[in-house]
Each structure stands twice: as structure tokens, then as C-alpha cells.
Ligand binder design. Structure first.
Ligand SMILES: NC(=O)c1ccc[n+]([C@@H]2O[C@H](COP(=O)([O-])OP(=O)(O)OC[C@H]3O[C@@H](n4cnc5c(N)ncnc54)[C@H](OP(=O)(O)O)[C@@H]3O)[C@@H](O)[C@H]2O)c1
Length: 225
């Protein structure tokens, strides 16, 4: 095992990533925005935590400076939903921009800041936690305008970055965790948090430089763009 970095790690899927990777023997460097949440329940010497707001360059740079010097796995998990506006006339442009800033640019800031610690002789995996709602082909219901657009932008940032990263021995994967029972997914979601994360970990295990940039669901299904 190696050293993993996880953003948005205090609750939901991020906290479960921390739990499962620690159980597997990884060293984990985890970011929380304000509250420690579930992070305060782990008693493990292999866990280090640090404040991280992916919307702030200063916070991201501080997080990266304090990160271990060699990183093998980055899980860009932090994200927000949008305003659940009922129709297009309700779209609030300032919140829409914030959603895009957090969900699309946040992970890019983290990759940029940690890049020098990820390009080394052994393969580094970077998981971008996206969503099926990013898929233009699959957008039958509409709505969730800013959330969808932010995750589509995240997918394109990732595919556009992956070619350069291959030269530096870094593989990207764009992951859809399923519709999961978290604060964001809600109680009606059919997928349990541990099942989503263990499925995504299996997808990660099959990553290579050759399949870098794929858009994959937690059960391994390839998704349409
Ligand atoms: N749940 C689903 O059904 C589902 C489906 C598809 C994709 N996803 C994606 O999966 C990821 C995790 O979602 P989740 O369901 O676990 O959601 P969640 O329970 O709402 O947790 C979101 C996490 O992101 C953090 N976060 C939000 N804004 C941040 C910022 N500016 N800087 C740092 N951290 C920030 C939150 O921190 P705070 O506690 O400080 O707010 C929290 O730890 C997200 O990217 C989401 O879009 C989820």
C-alpha cells in the first residue's frame, strides 16, 4: 500500500474512503473544510488530517505544502449539489458559478498543487469523483443545471489533462459513485455508502496509463459521455 490523499473526507463518501483505505493499510492524508465529523472517530496512526477548502487557492496550497512528499493515490471527492431550482428561470447565476468553482475547478486546483508530489517512478492514480449527471448523452430529465454542467466540465478538464499526465506516470479515472445514501444522495438512494466505495476501489485496482481518462460507474460499467 502507499499514501492516499482524500478531499471532502469528513462525511459521506469521503469519510468511507478514509475508513476503507486505512483498513487496507494505506497511509491517508485527509482534507476537511470546517467540521471534523466522522474523521474524529478514527483512531489510527496512519491518518493525518488537514483543513482544506477546494474553492480557495490559499487553502489548497497550504494543504499541498503539508502533504506527504510522495503521493500514490488522490481521491478528488469534495463536491456540492446545486440549488434544486424548479425551472430554468430560477437559475441563480452566482450560486451556479460557485458550484462550478467547487466541483470543476476545485479538483483541478488540488491536482495542480499536488502534481510535483505525484509524478514519480511508480504509477499514481487520480480519481475524479464525477457523476452520471455529467453525461450529455444521458441527460434525459434536465434540471440540476449547474451540478450537471460542473461535473461535465470536470470530465473535460480530466480528459484534457490526462495526456500530459501519462508522460509523468499519472493515470486518471472519472468515477460515478452510483446514487448513494449520503447527505447529498438522500434516503431514497438505492446504493449504500460502503458498497459504492468498495466498488470504486475495485475499479481503481484495474487502472493503467492505457485506460487513463475513462468514465466508469462504481460497478465497473463504462459510461457514455
Ligand atoms: N451521493 C450521491 O448519490 C452522488 C452521486 C454522484 C456523485 N456524487 C459525488 O460524490 C462526491 C461525494 O458526495 P457525497 O454524496 O459524499 O456528498 P456529501 O455527503 O454532501 O459530502 C460532500 C463532501 O464534500 C465536502 N465539500 C463541499 N464543498 C467543499 C469545499 N469547497 N472544500 C472542501 N470540501 C468541500 C463537504 O464538506 P462539508 O462537510 O464542509 O460541507 C463534504 O465532506 C461529490 O463530488 C458528489 O458530487 C455523489
Amino acid at each position: 500500500m502507499g499514501i492516499a490523499v482524500i478531499t471532502g473526507a469528513n462525511r459521506g463518501l469521503g469519510a468511507e474512503w478514509v475508513h476503507q483505505l486505512l483498513e487496507e493499510g494505506w497511509e491517508v492524508y485527509a482534507g476537511y473544510r470546517t467540521e471534523l465529523g466522522r474523521l474524529s472517530t478514527f483512531e489510527n496512526p496512519n491518518l493525518t488530517i488537514h483543513q482544506l477548502d477546494v474553492q480557495s487557492n490559499e487553502s489548497v496550497e497550504n494543504f499541498a505544502e503539508n502533504a506527504p512528499s510522495h503521493i500514490d493515490l488522490l481521491i478528488n471527492n469534495a463536491g456540492v449539489a446545486d440549488g434544486r431550482w424548479r425551472n430554468l428561470t430560477e437559475i441563480d447565476d452566482s450560486w451556479a458559478l460557485e458550484v462550478i468553482d467547487i466541483n470543476a475547478l476545485g479538483p483541478v486546483r488540488v491536482v495542480k498543487a499536488l502534481y510535483g508530489k505525484m509524478n514519480h517512478a511508480s504509477l499514481t492514480n487520480v480519481a475524479m469523483i464525477s457523476s452520471l449527471m455529467a453525461s450529455i448523452d444521458d441527460c434525459h430529465m434536465g434540471r440540476s443545471y449547474a451540478y450537471r454542467a460542473s461535473k461535465t466540465a470536470l470530465n473535460m478538464f480530466t480528459v484534457a489533462m490526462k495526456k500530459e499526465a501519462i508522460e509523468d506516470n499519472i493515470a486518471f479515472v472519472i468515477l460515478h459513485p452510483g446514487w448513494v445514501k449520503t447527505d447529498m444522495g438522500g434516503d431514497r438512494a438505492p446504493v449504500e455508502i460502503p458498497d459504492s466505495v468498495s466498488g470504486m476501489r475495485e475499479v481503481l485496482a484495474s487502472r493503467t496509463l492505457e485506460n487513463s481518462g475513462q468514465f466508469v460507474q462504481f460497478d465497473g460499467e463504462l459510461l457514455p459521455w
